[in-house]
Design a protein around this ligand. Structure first.
Ligand code: SAM
Length: 255
């Protein structure tokens, strides 16, 4: 109950996070009792001003990511906004890895029909400032984390991922770019670099249909047997089962 009170205090202090209250105390209570622990919630509270991810989803991310802590390799997040989740992953996984943060730091590109009407409207109305955040926030968040080695890759994924060749395979790949094109660009460039047994977390699988379409298209185009797992309807993730040659999909696919 103490944990719940702490989470709710944090939520009400952050306008973007009020959804948790709308979904009801009962559900939050059950969730925190079942899977949270003091350490994960404390990490959330440390970075709550550097993330737009609601507390229960944030904690669920860390819980899943922690299960893959034994996979060696670097950590990559695409779509970092103010860097809170990358910083949290660094606190969870420690200073012995390289953390790569990719973002335009200019917000989202325009949504298209494949992302659904709600996304097109969101984009057109510049809702939430189209997720624009200055890069200094991400630098600040990473500076407070345990990361000793991290890089900010500023620019559109299509440009910054083109020549990205990390020194080690990717152990944890977290995709949070919302739209079909962004998700497809990341999967095309980065899935082949993920270690066998590595983790791919898809933040927008449930809220944005373009994102789920890109994931399905990519796995299907590659005849993949990777199993999509979910935590409630908060997040989706899958483990890379086998290393094989991968075909890219078209990020500009029309509906
Ligand atoms: C929802 S926010 C990410 C939230 C963040 N992970 C957190 O912890 O709060 C989505 C981010 O993706 C970035 N983004 C989306 N598509 C992109 C693209 N094609 N190239 C570069 N950045 C992109 C946006 O700039 C924005 O910062």
């Amino acid at each position: 109950m103490q944990l719940l009170k702490k989470a709710i205090r944090a939520t009400t202090a952050h306008p973007a996070l009020r959804g948790i209250l709308a979904r009801g105390f009962a559900k939050a209570n059950a969730y925190f009792d079942a899977v949270s622990n003091e350490q994960l919630l404390d990490i959330y509270l440390k970075y709550k001003n550097y993330t737009c991810i609601p507390p229960e989803t944030f904690v669920a991310n860390l819980d899943v990511i922690g299960r893959y802590a034994s996979v060696p390799g670097c950590v990559v997040e695409c779509g970092v906004w103010r860097g809170g989740m990358s910083a949290a992953m660094a606190d969870l996984l420690g200073p012995g890895r390289t953390y790569h943060l990719f973002d335009s730091f200019e917000g989202l590109p325009e949504a298209t029909a494949i992302d659904g009407q709600r996304a097109v409207d969101y984009s057109a109305n510049d809702t939430n400032n189209n997720c624009r955040a200055d890069e200094h926030f991400a630098t600040e968040a990473m500076g407070q984390s345990q990361a000793k080695d991290y890089a900010l890759h500023k620019g559109w994924f299509a440009d910054t991922l083109k020549d990205f060749r990390p020194a080690e395979p990717i152990a944890i790949l977290r995709l949070d770019g919302d739209w079909y094109s962004s998700t497809a660009e990341c999967l095309n460039a980065l899935y082949p670099l993920v270690a066998e047994g590595g983790l791919i977390v898809i933040d927008d699988y449930f809220p944005w249909p373009g994102c789920s379409r890109a994931v399905h298209d990519y796995l299907s185009a590659n005849g993949s047997a990777d199993r999509i797992q979910t935590v409630d309807t908060m997040l989706a993730f899958f483990e890379k089962r086998e290393v094989r040659a991968c075909q890219p999909i078209d990020p500009q696919r029309q509906v």
